[in-house]
Design a protein around this ligand. Sequence first.
Ligand code: PLP
Ligand code: COI
Length: 355
Amino acid sequence: MIDNTAYKIEVTKVAKSKINDVDFDNLGFGSVFTDHMLVCDYKDGAWSAPKITPYQPITLDPSARIFHYGQSIFEGLKAYKDAEDTVWLFRPLDNCKRLNISAKRLAIPELPEAYFMEGLKTLLRIDSQWVPKSEGSSLYVRPFMFATGEGFHASPSDQYKFIIACSPSGAYFSGKVKVLIEEKYSRSANGGVGFAKAAGNYAGQFYPTQLANKKGYQQVIWTDDNTHEYIEEAGAMNIFVRINDTLITTPISDRILDGITRKSIIDIAKEEGITVIVRKITVKELVGAANDGSLKEMFGAGTAAVVSPIAAFGYKDKDYDLPELENSYASFLKKRITDIQTNKTEDIFGWRYKV
Ligand code: PLP
Ligand code: COI
């Protein structure tokens, strides 16, 4: 991989910003976009230097490989503004590295790290006014990469596009969620692409999630594809379980995304003196702990929702309610991580990245 830092980012700005049309008090998640985007093209065996252009639609040939063979990956991270209006990212290099892990698995050429990091920084400086400041909101940053090469031949594309688009956003979920433990469908399998942020992983989740929604659950708890005896992820988030005072999370594998929120929560919890165990968790154990009262909490962890507490889980036509806790690990850890992200507290881990 070339890591060519000697390049210039070409910038074309919008004639007029659309920021005044945006209601920053009522931001949903990922539905309004900033004035600019970053674009890199892969052609003739190399990635071109990033360009910043006005946010705009893209035109693709109907035979573009993305439509037929799904070579498409993405990332998600957030930019925050502190009291002094300084803009911060959280562990962005980890997103860059994971993008290239996903790229490799999908036979997409890896992007030079400097294009990602410098491109991201330049884009955020240009659109810095769009980074919301109010509690619970942030600028959701979506880097993504897909096959643009033409032709129906089922082989890797020879052309790709990398784009970073940004969306000022509020909370991903409001309130606690009720989840269904999946007994039939799987999001990933050994040897598959579960560890990658491949677009198709999410497409495959929609139908089983729709079925769960119809039964009154907001999310699915994915179990291992082989036995459905082990819990693996919570929707598009990593899963944490608190039994008595021990926090447990499943180990990452071929089937599970190596979440940046997950690993940060593990480090913060350990630093706070919470016992954290990384091991497999069986559904049987979860049901047993719910029945004997030792199951105190379950929550999902991911960039979009940060920490998403679970109110109840359903399994084999029975619902198991979790207790309402005054001092939950979920709210404590969410506060600790968002305080670091938003520069409200010291960052002993060196995770914060100044834009
Ligand atoms: N698991 C899946 C399947 C995801 O899509 C995500 C979101 O990115 C996560 C876990 C959480 O990862 P992160 O904390 O890096 O956002
Ligand atoms: C996350 O950031 O937690 C995600 O899973 C991204 C989601 C919008 C797909």
